[in-house]
Design a protein around this ligand. Sequence first.
Ligand code: OAD
Length: 249
Amino acid sequence: MSESIPAELFVLLRTARHVVVLTGAGVSAESGIPTFRNKMMGLWERYEAEELARADAFRRDRALVWGWYEWRRKLVMLAQPNPAHLAIAALAERTPRLTVITQNVDDLHERAGSRGVIHLHGEIQRPRCFACNRPFAFGPGIPDEPEGGRRLEPPRCAHCNGYIRPGVVWFGEMLPQDAWKAAAKACEACDLMFVVGTSALVHPAASLPEIAARRGVPTVQVNPNATALDDVMRFNLTGAAGEIMPRLL
Ligand code: OAD
């Protein structure tokens, strides 16, 4: 059992009008989806996420990059929302307004019942054409994976025959501007902010808590480890999201 939760925080939760919950890979860790800073396992052991999640990697070896994302998409589809996703969705039912902003490309918040989730880094289920940007629809079911291998040729665009790329934001790319504006606006308007399971190393997402903190809004971090935000946040709850979020609920 982790530390106790300050009574003051329960009062803030009960009276908040607009709560923002910013999540990162740590919120899905207990669903079995590896975070970005962990060493990759199995077939992907000799690669780094940061070296595959980029446009130049796709240009150089699209089958390798597509194969990696299909492997990740399969993990996501086989995973289930955990008590943290469920508690965040349930919290929205008890608060006048709650905005979920996530850096995750999985759909576990939605599958837990959260609505209107802002995806800052895109969605793994929404790929698009690398050439003409048109959306591409995956077929139903769990993705194919090459037996014992890593490489998989991406499908081609029905309009321009270009290669389909994963629907995620790669390193060096701009965030989707609608998502970014909606996220910044929520942080300008909220009166309580949670930051759950993010290392807060990747900008601009990592600057969102500072928007709320600068306004004097109470900020709460939930993370088992130290992060760059420890000094920015008013409350640091040290522990797993799947344990702490249900206790807050
Ligand atoms: P990271 O992998 O950088 O950080 C995960 C965070 O989750 C760490 O701070 C862990 O301590 C914490 N954590 C681990 N298990 C947890 C648990 N059970 N409960 C709560 N927290 C836990 O992931 P992000 O911060 O999400 O970007 O990474 C941000 C972005 O960097 C990602 O969206 C991705 C990545 O490169 C792109 O792909 C553009």
